[in-house]
Design a protein around this ligand. Structure first.
Ligand SMILES: Nc1ncnc2c1ncn2[C@@H]1O[C@H](COP(=O)(O)OP(=O)(O)OP(=O)(O)O)[C@@H](O)[C@H]1O
Length: 528
């Protein structure tokens, strides 16, 4: 700031000189022929560039595209708010787009300094009135804001080649960090409008509170998933180097209530991504599926929940495979072009369409996307759909065990240290399959009197676990009995079938021998 003050002082003296020159210039210029005037103007600006060692770059709010705010301006605004606003004396506060977060930026006509690689750079925020001619054409035009970047001319290369790209990158990162994330759902195609590209998805603010800290699961498994996500997010260059699209597929499988949806929310919060919840049953055919995909943006997770229930993908493929006589090889599973004729392709989403969705367009549409399928029945899915490379990581979400329970006890009851009832709960959780959703349900009984008393809740959980254990034992015994009955029925049916078969054989034998005897007798009677 001291340097800035000195500079301002030095230039204040020069200011009066310049003002006098400008006054004189305005007096005489009307008496000078236009060609000479142009020459003098060029000469004056050359002279001033010799005297003034400082250069300036203007970043306007609206670039060539009149109605769209310039990317660089928005990035600079975000960068200055984040990195320099605290040093400014006049700030401007606004509510963000989500009407919740407060955005503080440098006010108009305010100057801030920034340090970069040992160099001081001055930023000056200002605005200019639109020209009268523009107002006539576009009434209601606002003032145009702009930033002026001032620096010493010996730092020109540094500022242009390094500093401004740095501001752009940092500003974009700040914008992403501060943006309101969104949860998209696909609209029924009947409401799609040819005039509005955005009509295929509608969105609401994504505000799910789940995080990996609140997720109940094995700590090692959790760590491995976090590592994987971090590696993915940081691997832009790597994906480009190996020539692969920057995308990753996850398959989350496990019984209901084990936290598959919660895991997706935790992933989105961890990565700072939007979520596209794709309801496949509302998609009429592969063409619509493609359109939906094209309308998604980067830094997003595309989710198809309960993929086994969404469309009959397995049956479809089996039919095709049988028809083409293919063996069960992965490469043969890849959609072929032209695709195998499937009678009702136009009215259905098919496996080929879905594989194209993952492999084909996927690769062509830029990067940083994660696709997640969830299912309660992994075994029902077609192997082609979930093979590595498409679904890179298969994550099993399983019943609640003791480590997971400790997370839930902390979340719901604030019980961090070992509780005297933990021993029994540990034993029961090893012996009983209870989903985290059911465990959580038992930890939050909302009674008015004893609100979340840990002892009461834990005892309630123990009772629920005991009951679940008994129910499981009864169910198992019944299952075994049913299996035995089925076995006995099968054995009886087999016995009966065998008896029937042997009876039929005997009857055929008797009939044959009777016929043979009859023929012999006939032969005996016949004259020689
Ligand atoms: N692993 C978990 N950690 C923390 N909370 C969980 C977990 N699993 C389930 N829950 C709780 O149970 C509720 C239901 O879980 P969730 O919807 O994520 O399960 P799901 O596996 O997706 O179930 P479904 O297969 O029926 O869709 C969640 O709102 C959450 O509160």
């Amino acid at each position: 700031m001291a340097a800035a003050a000195m500079m301002v002082e030095r230039w204040a003296g020069l200011g009066s000189v310049v003002a006098s020159v400008l006054f004189l210039w305005s007096m005489v210029q009307n008496h000078i022929p236009p060609t000479l005037r142009l020459y003098l103007t060029a000469w004056a600006s050359k002279l001033s560039s010799y005297i003034n060692p400082y250069l300036q770059i203007t970043i306007s709010e609206y670039g060539a595209e009149r109605f769209q705010r310039s990317d660089l301006f928005l990035a600079a605004e975000a960068y200055l708010s984040d990195a320099c606003a605290r040093r400014a004396r006049r700030l401007r506060a606004e509510l963000g787009k989500d009407s919740k977060t407060l955005q503080v930026s440098v006010d108009d006509h305010e100057e801030v300094t920034d340090e970069f690689s040992g160099t001081t750079i001055w930023w000056y925020a200002s605005k200019r009135q639109p020209k009268a001619s523009v107002i006539n054409f576009y009434p209601g035009q606002d003032e145009k804001r702009f930033y002026r970047v001032v620096f010493h001319r010996r730092h020109r290369d540094l500022v242009v080649d390094t500093y401004l790209p740095f501001v752009l990158g940092e500003g974009r990162a700040v914008t992403v960090k501060n943006r309101q994330r969104r949860l998209f759902t696909n609209n029924a195609s009947s409401s799609w409008s040819p005039y509005r590209a955005k009509s295929v998805w509608s969105h609401v603010p994504f505000e799910h509170p789940a995080t990996f800290d609140t997720l109940a699961m094995d700590p090692d498994q959790k760590e491995a998933i976090l590592d994987d996500l971090t590696a993915f997010q940081e691997s832009k260059e790597y994906y480009a180097k190996v020539g692969k699209a920057w995308k990753r597929g996850y398959l989350l499988y496990g019984p209901p209530g084990t936290g598959k949806s919660t895991m997706i929310a935790a992933m989105a919060n961890f990565l700072d991504y939007d979520v596209y919840d794709l309801e496949l049953t509302a998609v009429k055919n592969n063409t619509e599926l493609r359109k939906l995909f094209i309308e998604t943006t980067g830094k997003s997770i595309i989710v198809i929940e309960d993929i086994d229930c969404s469309v009959d993908l397995t049956g479809k493929r089996r039919k095709t495979k049988k028809a083409s006589g293919d063996k069960d090889s992965d490469d043969n599973d890849k959609p072929k072009l032209p695709m195998e004729p499937e009678k009702d392709d136009a009215t259905k989403v098919t496996l080929s369409g879905l594989l194209n969705f993952i492999d084909g367009l996927w690769s062509a549409c830029g990067g940083e996307r994660i696709i997640i399928f969830t299912t309660n029945h992994k075994e029902k899915l077609d192997p082609a759909l979930i093979r590595r490379g498409r679904m890179d990581k298969h994550i099993e979400m399983s019943y609640c065990r003791f480590e997971g329970f400790k997370v839930l006890a902390n979340n719901y009851l604030d019980v961090v240290v070992e509780h005297e009832l933990f021993g029994e709960i540990r034993r029961l959780l090893e012996e009983t399959d209870m989903s985290p959703a059911d465990v959580a349900e038992n930890l939050m009984p909302m009674s008015k009197k004893k609100k979340r008393d840990p002892n009461v809740c834990l005892l309630g959980l123990i009772e629920a676990l005991k009951k679940a254990k008994e129910d499981a034992a009864v169910a198992k015994a019944k299952e075994e009995e049913d299996a035995k009955e089925a076995e006995a029925k099968k054995a009886k049916e087999k016995e009966e079938a065998e008896a029937k078969e042997s009876k039929e054989k005997d009857e055929v034998k008797d009939k044959t021998s009777e016929e043979t005897n009859g023929e012999i007798k006939q032969a005996d009677k016949s004259p020689e």
